[in-house]
Design a protein around this ligand. Structure first.
Ligand SMILES: [Fe+2]
Length: 170
């Protein structure tokens, strides 16, 4: 792999690990707000982001490229309400989508076809991630952020299954 591409994939591994760390911090905050369903949803999101990082990691190993891991900053968690939480999830996923698009452009410029192929999966995944965040925002806008509506929303979000179980079930 070309040096610039190796550097950029390492940076994306870092971004995925940073996403994981952010969602874990958000999950912990939901626990403290007594919203166990949203905490579980975000914790599964943490797992999913780790899987994204490892997909890129394994790809680098397979192609004999050097992995360079960097320090993770303390996650910045500012939300007070569930709606604010999912607005920041959407914002973060849009940032990740933009990163993936830039990485894809680089892979195209450098004629790195295997990386382009792998990134197709990430491009599709980002459509799903943004859609999930938007659906949560829409639902919260409908039910409001307190009382029975929030209780039911929390329970529904808590019914989320791990990705591996989803795949096995489908
Ligand atoms: Fe991701």
């Amino acid at each position: 792999m070309k040096e610039g591409v190796v550097f950029a994939v390492n940076a994306q591994i870092h971004a995925e690990l940073e996403s994981a760390y952010l969602y874990l911090a958000m999950s912990a905050k939901m626990e403290r707000k007594n919203l166990p369903g949203l905490a579980r949803w975000l914790r599964l999101q943490w797992e999913e982001e780790l899987a994204h990082a490892m997909k890129l990691y394994d790809f680098m190993i397979q192609r004999d490229a050097k992995i360079q891991l960097q320090a993770l900053p303390e996650p910045e968690v500012h939300f007070e309400t569930p709606l604010q939480a999912f607005e920041s999830v959407l914002e973060h996923e849009q940032y990740i989508s933009e990163r993936i698009a830039n990485l894809y452009e680089l892979a195209t410029r450098e004629h790195d076809y295997p990386l382009q192929s792998l990134l197709q999966w990430f491009i599709d995944e980002q459509v799903e991630e943004e859609d999930n965040a938007r659906s949560a925002i829409d639902a919260l806008s409908l039910v409001g952020e307190n009382g029975p509506g929030l209780f039911l929303f929390d329970r529904e979000m808590g019914a989320r299954q791990p990705e591996s179980a989803e795949e096995a079930g489908n």
